[in-house]
Design a protein around this ligand. Structure first.
Ligand code: CTP
Length: 398
């Protein structure tokens, strides 16, 4: 894992950096915290030490540690400043180096992520905007403040530190190994779709969206631009992922068709409803009404009906959730739907399929099959993307 240098400057949001340090440590990173003098007025260094298991650095000129900034900066795979106060932005934009953190910033050659947080009026000040623009021009990544309630009853506005989970996801993307997906556009569908029976009832399935979300998050971590087309699903989605919400299979088909002309990769992890009621009732069907059979008609097959919208060289991945003849069905789907890869799984196997946190899949391509062991869904997602990357390189989508 990576070595992260986490700079904490002094704002009311400094306490959130403790949670960020914990998330980064939990993700397996080695986290060295550098605190400004003002930050220590808000949070104790000992808290960070307890969370990271490493000493906290505070002084530029400590007896015996005069070159700490060079050592820390050289060792880091990423430097993250969160929260970054208006004062820090000004000093950084001006190239100052009169404390440990600003000195580290000048000595660092690794990627830098700056996460400003301040009062909304300060954030809106042209001087702050100019400093941020200057830092961007220097090549630093800026994660813009979130909009929401501000400290001291200041109401709501832009200036809040984004949630630590959002910052941690950005850091994961920053330190991810080089990937063929970087800068590519990956479209992922997830969850079920719903087909109305009447205004309060629907036909659907048990898909939770976990597998699709795991793939979308993993692709994003690898540096892809991701579009997640999501049916009504229960799996939580990282706030940093752009989501196109859809309800019906037709809506999902329309969203996929709209996204495909720009897509280098499509992963159809969704379980669209295959049938819809022919005539949904305009009003709620009353319990007292004589029960009638619901006549169903097939919905469009999304992969089939959007084939003409694919970009040449793009990599198209389908799933095959089966209860019998798993591999034969998967091979048939590979051919009929013109896919590059089918992720096949057996819904009857323990720990596989809808709702579980794990999955046991076989990757089926024209060249053959690779059976993976039972894995957590994020690990399955990584294996699928490894195969996607290999094919992307071969097929040369441009
Ligand atoms: N799929 C699709 N459009 C649908 C239904 C499914 O594009 N209306 C996609 C799924 O997202 C999946 C693949 O097709 O990637 C296979 O889905 P699956 O439900 O396993 O198979 P079906 O094509 O529905 O065929 P069958 O019901 O005969 O197994």
């Amino acid at each position: 894992m990576a070595r992260i240098l986490l700079g904490v400057t002094g704002g009311i949001a400094s306490y959130k950096s403790v949670w960020l340090a914990r998330l980064l440590t939990q993700a397996g990173h080695e986290v060295d915290v550098v605190m400004s003098r003002a930050a220590r007025e808000f949070v104790g260094a000992i808290t960070f030490e307890a969370v990271t298991g490493r000493p906290v650095h505070t002084q530029l000129l400590d007896a015996g540690h005069a070159l700490d900034h060079i050592k820390l900066a050289r060792a880091a795979d990423a430097l993250v400043v969160a929260p970054a106060t208006a004062e820090f932005l000004a000093k950084a934009a001006g190239g100052h180096a009169d404390d440990l953190l600003t000195a580290c910033l000048l000595a660092a050659t690794c990627p830098v992520l700056v996460v400003p947080a301040m009062n909304d009026r300060m954030w809106a000040h042209p001087q702050v905007a100019q400093n941020v623009a200057h830092l961007r021009a220097l090549g630093y990544a800026i994660l813009e403040p979130a909009v929401g309630p501000l400290a001291q009853g200041e109401g709501s506005g832009a200036g809040r530190l984004p949630e630590p989970e959002v910052i941690a996801a950005r850091v994961a993307r920053l330190v991810a190994p080089a990937s063929a997906l970087r800068g590519r556009h990956v479209v992922v569908t997830a969850g079920p779709t719903r087909e109305a029976v009447d205004p309060v009832r629907f036909v659907s399935n048990h898909s939770t969206g976990k597998m699709g979300v795991a793939i979308a998050e993993a692709a994003w971590r690898r540096g892809a631009e991701v579009t997640l087309i999501a049916g009504p699903m229960s799996a939580p989605v990282g706030a940093w992922l752009p989501v196109v919400p859809v309800e019906t299979t037709q809506e999902m088909a329309d969203a996929v068709r709209a996204a495909l002309p720009r897509a280098d990769v499509l992963v159809m992890a969704a379980a669209p409803a295959d049938f819809r009621p022919v005539e949904p009732a305009a009003q709620k069907i009353k319990k007292g009404a004589a029960p009638r059979p619901i006549e169903l008609t097939p919905t469009p097959d999304i992969l089939l009906t959007t084939r003409a919208d694919r970009r040449p060289g793009s990599v198209i991945v389908g799933f095959a959730l089966e209860t019998t003849d798993v591999l034969a069905s998967a091979r048939r789907k590979l051919e009929v739907k013109s896919l590059d890869l089918v992720v096949a799984n057996d819904a009857t196997e323990p720990g596989a399929g809808f709702g579980h946190d794990t999955n046991r899949v076989t990757l089926v391509t024209a060249e053959g099959e690779v059976a993976l062991p039972l894995l957590a869904k994020p690990a399955v997602a990584e294996a699928i993307l490894d195969e996607v990357e290999a094919r992307l390189a071969r097929q040369g989508a441009s």
